[in-house]
Write a protein that binds this ligand. Sequence first.
Ligand SMILES: *[C@@H]1O[C@H](CO)[C@@H](O)[C@H](O)[C@H]1NC(C)=O
Ligand SMILES: *[C@@H]1O[C@H](CO)[C@@H](O)[C@H](O)[C@H]1NC(C)=O
Ligand SMILES: *[C@@H]1O[C@H](CO)[C@@H](O)[C@H](O)[C@H]1NC(C)=O
Ligand SMILES: *[C@@H]1O[C@H](CO)[C@@H](O)[C@H](O)[C@H]1NC(C)=O
Ligand SMILES: *[C@@H]1O[C@H](CO)[C@@H](O)[C@H](O)[C@H]1NC(C)=O
Ligand SMILES: *[C@@H]1O[C@H](CO)[C@@H](O)[C@H](O)[C@H]1NC(C)=O
Length: 689
Amino acid sequence: MFFPSLVVLLSLSVTAQGAAVPNTHVVHETREISTSRWLKRDRLSSNVVLPMRIGLKQQNLDRGHDYLMDVSHPESENYAKHWTPEEIIDMFAPAQATIDTVKEWLTDFGIDARRITNSGNKGWLAFDATASEAEALLHAKYHYYEHAEGHLTPACESYHVPRDIQEHIDYITPGVKLLAPRKRGHDKRRVAISSSQGDATTAPLRVFYPPDFNVTAAGELATCDKFITPACIRALYDIPETPEYPNGNPRSDNSLGIFEEGDFYAQADLDFHFSNFTPRIPTGTHPILASIDGGNSPVPVSEAGGESDLDFEIAYPIIYPQKITLYQTDDWWYASGGRGKPEGFFNTFLDALDGSYCTYSAFGETGNDRYHSLASLDPKYPDTLGSGEDAYKGQLQCGVYKPTNVISVSYGGQEADLPAYYQQRQCNEFMKLGLQGVSIFYSSGDSGVGGPMDESEGGCIGANYTVFSPAWPNRQAGIHSNITQANHPPSCPYLTNVGATKVYPGQTAKDNESAVVDPAGHPYVEAFASGGGFSNLYPIPDYQKDAVAYFYKNHNPKYPYYTTGVVGQDGGLYNRSGRGYPDVAANGDNIAGFCRGSFFTNGGTSASTPIFASIVNRINEQRLNAGKTVIGFINPALYANPSMLNDITNGTNPGCGTEGFQAVPGWDPVTGLGTPNYPKLVSYFMSLP
Ligand SMILES: *[C@@H]1O[C@H](CO)[C@@H](O)[C@H](O)[C@H]1NC(C)=O
Ligand SMILES: *[C@@H]1O[C@H](CO)[C@@H](O)[C@H](O)[C@H]1NC(C)=O
Ligand SMILES: *[C@@H]1O[C@H](CO)[C@@H](O)[C@H](O)[C@H]1NC(C)=O
Ligand SMILES: *[C@@H]1O[C@H](CO)[C@@H](O)[C@H](O)[C@H]1NC(C)=O
Ligand SMILES: *[C@@H]1O[C@H](CO)[C@@H](O)[C@H](O)[C@H]1NC(C)=O
Ligand SMILES: *[C@@H]1O[C@H](CO)[C@@H](O)[C@H](O)[C@H]1NC(C)=O
């Protein structure tokens, strides 16, 4: 259409460097911020082959939110009428006209149609091109850029596309994006082995009880203020011990999904837990392994991980005999930090649940992070970097597991430095999973209004590191400002974000809980504060508008805030226009359990998340048995009926040198709408179609 042939162009690109771009073309992307962290190096030689990817404009993404509300809002006539995966692909895939138009541009330019592939979900076109072809096609100049930490990536400062196809193209890579290596990465929610246990890694294989814990009384509730056992959790939320399964047989289509990465359970720990606290669960009971890209579990008891043991020790007593599916993600080489840096988060997991996510384009990103070098955010499979059994040699797993109805994720990407586009693309995927009827629960974090406390700046953001960090800081080096704008998946409005509560000292499981930092000022285990606040990335969703407005009107926080502009503008500490989190809460302090053969207590929103997820899984079971569909995205129903939750009105979530926000009557950014009231939740969700 625009160029007669490749041959002409090759010579053009060599002889006419810097020549005027034809007026048929427009700039599609330009890098606006330069930074000293990236040094522009040599021009690519003309015969270097680049893996070109053209992300095509998807249809209807802007309507995704409304579609999700249509199946999630209890007053909608389409409540719980979820979509099939095929319906979702059809709805969001680029239009055929888009694919055809862009392909025609490439073939007219001289790229043989046989060189071009279109991804399964039709989201992008891929072909290999020499640097000189790419430069001529895009009226661009490709250079190597060297990152301060040594990584080289090919990129251009700007590139052009024909004016009349621009509307069909999201972005092209390699292009203007420079992706910095991440400094540090995800860290599972903190698990504190109580100090009386000594060093957890060297603890001998024995079971130790603190003097004030009477194990024979474990089924009783006298010590719930010091040791949260399964019986305490049942008492707190009024959960019957005997599940509602006809003949004790759970359904085969309602296993609870639990995500783990780089942390593994040990059967001996689960067995200690069951035999001490829930003898009705036979020892040997274990999750169904859904291995993702080489992830494997369990491990010997001496190598057990606090997160995995905790998740199963919390969930099984609530849901047994219902099953659990363990999504153990990434091979040992990547999961254990083989690249000397943590891996990108959740992309390989989402790939395994939704094959189309492997090739899905949004926010300037297609599939997993594509510069497969040490700097890439995501692991690459087959794993060519690790060796032996540590390295998964198979292909990246795409769409190999049907997602479970409920997924519990007690991990966060604190310090993860994940760019905003990376998170927004994941948030879109959570929207699509919600459309399919999947309920996803994420922990709100354990650092109050700040980030993790081991950060030198206290985990806070803004020019002076005084501003509250929504969920996690995101100090994106490279092209973004060092004042973070970004945020972490848990603040995505299509997830249910879970904060932590506790039983007051001296009180019982029948009394009102408080936020983990109680009015007296302390949680039991290593100081932690339940994450909460307001997003810098996502606006207040409709379902939450009234709750947040009520909070501002009746319990206006004392801190200055900002709305637009830059983070921290005018001394503001939080974004008054952002989505508030958490949505709900559940107990997360002083949880009794076993890890590496020892008794321990621990805390964190890590514990709260599987509690809430397990409860929803039990309600789904009853809905399915009644011939209804599963609940799916639960937030609109919860916000429309907050009396199903026990409102928490005491406690705070300190951080950034402040006492944080206050738990108050109604929704608050410490404990959300409150903790679950199981009988009320059951009767409400059973009353819905
Ligand atoms: C432990 O609990 C059991 C059962 O409630 C009780 O009989 C026993 O006296 C308790 N032991 C101690 C040391 O409190
Ligand atoms: C940061 O601190 C300095 C020194 O106290 C002050 O002048 C400046 O206004 C602060 N900046 C912001 C954005 O708060
Ligand atoms: C980032 O940090 C540098 C040095 O710490 C500082 O000079 C600069 O003003 C900060 N802000 C931006 C937007 O780069
Ligand atoms: C505050 O949140 C709104 C809504 O998401 C967003 O548009 C705005 O950019 C945020 N402000 C800052 C400074 O991040
Ligand atoms: C417990 O919390 C409820 C709100 O959920 C409140 O109405 C009640 O007064 C509280 N009870 C006490 C003893 O504080
Ligand atoms: C909890 O808050 C209520 C008022 O919101 C107050 O009356 C009560 O004393 C508080 N409880 C504790 C233990 O501080």
